[in-house]
Design a protein around this ligand. Sequence first.
Ligand SMILES: [Zn+2]
Length: 412
Amino acid sequence: MEYSLIHNGTLIDGTGNSPTYNAAILIRNNKIEAVGAEDSITIPQAKIRRIDARGGYLLPGFIDSHVHLMANGFKMEHTMYNPLSTFFFNSIRNMNLTINAGVTTVRDAGLADYGVKKAVQQGLVVGPRMQISGSPLSITGGHFDFWLKSGFDMKISYPGKPDGVCDGKEGVLKKVREVLRAGADVVKIMATGGVMSANDHPEYSQFTVEELQVIIREAQNRGIKSMAHAHGVDGIKNAVKAGITSIEHGTYLDREAIRMINEKDVYLVPTLVVQKINKIHAEEGTIPEYMVEDAIRIVDIHRKNMKKAYKAGVTMAMGTDCGVIEHGVNLQELGLLCEIGMKPMEAIMTGTKVSAQLLGWQDQIGTIEPGKLADIIISKKDPLEDINSLGNPDNIELVIKNGELFKDLRGV
Ligand SMILES: [Zn+2]
């Protein structure tokens, strides 16, 4: 039995409660045993590892509900020139950057497979706790069909990774079963076109409502949730009608779509940081030409509509699309959530408690409460004073995942 005591910090526990000063957290093995003001905690008569937070801010490990751990920009030349193994080696660096940024749990929105998840679970590599979707489902010629007009197919393929392209009610049923067989914890569906694909536009819907229903129901039958990449408003509405758990991006939301989302308790994952950084890359000319126009065009519309959705009370979870953009910038999303109207405390809850609910892991992670897994970070600066400080990994002094120390800058 191993105890740790984190002390001498200010606690922001993710529940929305106001901060506790001179707080401490008692950890036993991988779980939180007690938390609160330091003098309220009974210290066991046992050997204890003491971790001095040195006046820092104790927060739950953050949850990014939209990343691509195995992607580094989705550039087709990577698929052309890089051996398959480099995608896995790159993911090791990407996962390190993610942990280093203070993110201890992710939902991978496409590419990371069962082996990546296993490798982290077994401690072979450092990485966040994860839910994987494996292969996103896409229509022929849709957002995750990498077949080019030249006739070359640029998809990454290997045993254990089903090809996600499917059409028609029977076709999508077979495909969702293949994805579930490959170990998907969540089913990712491309319900509209996207920015990073060569053959389509973000506005147009992909899959019919009937096809979406078949996919979502088959997943639900096994207790599995679904997430829809959706920019265009018709695709958003189709996915909501069909029973989707979360809408990703949501760029062209209108009033009716917002009403439907609220009525059916669907989560919205705005991914503001990818829009922001994509636009910068587009203006710098550092993303492929076929992405530039879409990337610039949608950013202002997206932000305006996210403000509208926030005002209308839509439940938002935190997601970034890291992998499309660089890894490790995950918590820059929190500052951007504040720019659409959130208070810092609310942005923190969005990235912890609410995202845990979206993943269905609210009993295990998302807040610092007794009985939960010990996923804890220490921020050097007060995030309630300066929410953007969390976006800089240098301010994340310490990261504990599942009771285990993965980062500690205090001695540096
Ligand atoms: Zn994505």
